[in-house]
Design a protein around this ligand. Structure first.
Ligand SMILES: NC(=O)C1=CN([C@@H]2O[C@H](COP(=O)(O)OP(=O)(O)OC[C@H]3O[C@@H](n4cnc5c(N)ncnc54)[C@H](O)[C@@H]3O)[C@@H](O)[C@H]2O)C=CC1
Ligand SMILES: O=C(O)[C@@H]1CCC=N1
Length: 267
């Protein structure tokens, strides 16, 4: 299999490295198209594939073309892509917001799969929601699914509209997690710990608590109850969170991300 990746920043590179790691493609068959000179230098150092700076006829040799430029940069690539693409090629877009129909129209090409991964894909621990144009046959869909699964787990969604919700929930999700971790570390600092000790206390708490979610056979409410003693410290914190409508604020923020994903389709 030959793969071309257009735009090799955080996500393009995460995909490239996972494919090579699992021997799904050889480095010679992985074409990395990256316009930034600095980024290209880093890619060459990683030896993940053949690095070039522009879209050329070589893209036409790939079985799969992955679009991993920013949504706003799609307008800068679709014309040159259209000039070199071959009818049998499958396109996998991970661009937030841009619908399949728009990609099909701009590339004049029916075979489009749309996916939304997240940055833990860099460790093979990502989660990707994906869907496909009806023109993509099962064999091609399975091939793309196998590649996505090299970056972690995946879920196929019949309804493309749900991809903007995936973007808001798990695509952007790692940033929400870091935001909460950062606030907890800041609290530790304000209570007198140095950075390293605060970070250790918080990170190990998050790791252990994550595993309890998966293994304790308790609902999230039961897990909270098991920590929050009556009249104790946790209750004092949770009361303050409720007063600040923290849960509602998080839900509203995630919905704002969904709205923004939909806006991105309008360019
Ligand atoms: N960062 C994230 O957490 C996630 C991002 N995405 C989506 O993945 C896509 C890429 O995001 P990132 O990797 O974070 O962005 P990034 O900015 O790290 O990577 C994009 C790369 O595309 C390159 N590029 C731009 N125009 C180009 C062109 N004409 N030819 C060749 N290369 C070009 C840029 O130089 C850059 O290195 C976006 O569409 C985003 O919506 C999806 C899921 C998660
Ligand atoms: O913030 C963004 O637009 C992209 C999509 C999901 C994560 N990062």
């Amino acid at each position: 299999m030959k793969i071309a990746i257009v735009g090799c920043g955080n996500m393009g590179m995460a995909f490239a490295k996972s494919f090579v790691q699992y021997n799904l493609v050889s480095q010679d068959d992985l074409l990395l198209i990256e316009k930034s000179a600095d980024r290209s230098e880093a890619l060459r150092a990683e030896k993940a594939g053949v690095v070039v700076d522009t879209i050329s006829h070589r893209v036409g040799e790939a079985d799969l073309i992955i679009l991993s430029v920013k949504p706003q940069d799609f307008n800068g690539v679709h014309e040159s892509l259209r000039g070199v693409m071959q009818p049998r090629q499958v396109v996998l877009s991970i661009m937030a917001g841009i619908p399949i129909a728009q990609i099909q129209e701009k590339l004049n090409h029916p075979l489009v799969v749309r996916a939304m991964p997240n940055t833990p894909a860099m460790l093979g621990m990502g989660i990707t929601g994906f869907t496909a144009a009806k023109e993509v046959d099962l064999a091609n869909l399975r091939r793309v699914e196998n590649l996505i699964n090299a970056t972690g787990r995946s879920i196929f969604l019949e309804d493309e509209a749900m991809l903007d919700a995936v973007t808001a929930l798990s695509g952007s999700g790692p940033a929400y997690f870091y935001y909460v971790v950062k606030a907890m570390i800041e609290a530790g600092r304000q209570m007198g710990f140095d950075d390293a000790v605060a970070a250790l206390l918080v990170k190990q708490t998050m790791l252990g608590s994550y595993h309890l979610i998966n293994t304790a056979d308790k609902s999230l409410d039961e897990l909270i109850k098991a920590v929050a003693s009556k009249g104790g410290t946790t209750e004092a914190a949770l009361r303050q969170f409720e007063q600040g409508a923290l849960s509602d604020t998080l839900v509203a923020g995630i919905k704002a991300a969904q709205v923004r994903a939909t806006e991105l389709s309008k360019g």
